[in-house]
Design a protein around this ligand. Structure first.
Ligand SMILES: Cc1ncc(COP(=O)(O)O)c(C=O)c1O
Length: 417
């Protein structure tokens, strides 16, 4: 096969591709033997499943021929666009028009569209996507079709008493960074569960505005849904910010639905990108979402089922980590303000997260090695290799067995040094 230069980049085995392959392995017929602590699949929560089942079922009734049997608008189905306008007006006081909104088949696709539109080669300039605080979502690394299309800024590490640590955004370095076509971040972040404070977000928006580029903020785990987040700070409305929201982590990842809100000049370009690539997002999930958004049911389920579920899981996992990870190893857990993961750093130069990934796989456990969440070659490779991510979405028995096996493996790796 002769690949184009974009083809070479997009056909490469990214971190995301490995995670998707691990999902395939654990959902295949012989899946029973695998404990998957790597995936970003949301937990199966009965109230959430029931809400989506009922909402989708309702759309299979009389209106089906008008939705499922026809193409729809690339901006998104009108009832959902209007439901989003109303919801954000009521919840955050945002005065939106349809022109501020685009619905797409998942936030992966919406962020990819933004990356393709606003970053990359342009004339004689090369303007990468800039990730202000590594580590961040591994999926961002495939969002530019050009080599060296994604750049990242190393964080400042703050160790805290006991086994804690946290990353701080190095805003000076972000401001000093060379050309960038777009800034992109998740908050709460995948993997570390780090939330940008209101001040940090405002500074990043100012940096974006000074450069005349968008700051894309991916709220996959945050407000207003699935609301697996501790900070009350609402999303920021700013002319240079494109806020991206998805229902994947609120229980419907398989139906591929998300939306972005921003200034019409950005949003209109994304609508065209969707028209050119996917035509539009699936109609039936759009109508189901319009329904649960307008009725308040999504809010209710986030507050009463999703948030408490992950708070309890986090507490449970923290207890297990303290019990099973070797006490003599200097391992640290990132302070979490939300999200679905535990992010662990083994503060020891002889530790290799990729080796841990391979060794626990022998014990039929999947975790994600830290390297996937850092742009390589940006001065942080050693730290990247010392981290790994565990997902909180598996059931308690799987998390218990998985963490126990991770602890055993870490002990063996340490003894073998
Ligand atoms: C931060 C972040 N953004 C986006 C996605 C993908 O979301 P979607 O299913 O809406 O494409 C994920 C999935 O794990 C994620 O963690």
């Amino acid at each position: 096969v002769t690949f184009s230069s974009c083809g070479m980049k997009m056909s490469s085995r990214s971190g995301l591709r490995s995670i998707m392959d691990d999902i395939a392995a654990t959902t295949a017929a012989s899946a029973d033997k695998w404990l998957n602590l790597s995936i970003g699949n949301p937990a199966l929560i009965p109230e959430v499943e029931e809400m989506w089942r009922e909402a989708l079922h309702a759309e299979l009734g009389d209106g089906f021929a008008r939705s499922g049997c026809r193409y729809g608008p690339s901006r998104g189905a009108e009832p959902l666009v209007q439901a989003v306008v109303e919801y954000f007006r009521h919840r955050y006081g945002w005065a939106l028009r349809s022109e501020n909104i685009v619905i797409g088949p998942g936030s992966q696709m919406l962020c990819f569209a933004a990356g393709a539109l606003f970053a990359g080669p342009s004339g004689s300039r090369h303007r990468p996507i800039l990730i202000p605080t590594m580590p961040d979502y591994t999926g961002y690394q495939g969002m530019c079709m050009h080599r060296d299309g994604v750049a990242g800024v190393a964080p400042i590490i703050e160790r805290s008493a006991g086994r804690g640590f946290r990353y701080r955004c190095d805003l000076d370095r972000v401001a000093e960074h060379g050309d960038a076509g777009m800034l992109l971040m998740s908050s709460p972040s995948n993997p570390a569960g780090r939330c940008a404070s209101a001040e940090e977000m405002a500074t990043l928006a100012t940096i974006a505005a000074d450069r005349g580029v968008p700051l894309v903020v991916d709220h996959a785990y945050g407000q207003p849904f699935p609301r697996i987040v501790d900070t009350p700070a609402p999303p920021l409305w700013h002319p240079n910010v494109i806020n991206c929201f998805t229902i994947s982590k609120a229980g419907l990842p398989g139906e591929r639905l998300a939306f972005a809100i921003g200034e019409p000049e950005y949003i209109d370009a994304i609508v065209s990108f969707i028209a050119n690539t996917a035509l539009h997002a699936s109609q039936i999930p759009q109508l189901a979402m319009a329904n649960v958004l307008s009725s308040g049911r999504l809010d209710e389920v986030c507050e009463n089922a999703i948030r408490p579920h992950y708070a309890a899981k986090r507490h449970f996992a923290e207890t297990l980590l303290a019990e099973f990870l070797p006490a003599h190893l200097d391992w640290r857990l990132h302070a979490s303000s939300g999200g679905m993961f535990c992010w662990i750093w083994v503060d020891d130069s002889s530790f290799d997260g990729a080796e841990l990934y391979r060794a626990v796989k022998e014990r039929h456990v999947f975790i994600v090695p830290g390297e996937h969440f850092f742009v390589p070659g940006h001065g942080f490779d050693e730290h990247a290799g010392q981290c790994f991510r565990i997902s909180l979405s598996a059931d308690e028995d799987s998390i218990t067995a998985g963490v126990e096996r991770v602890g055993l493996t870490l002990g063996e790796m340490h003894r073998a040094r």
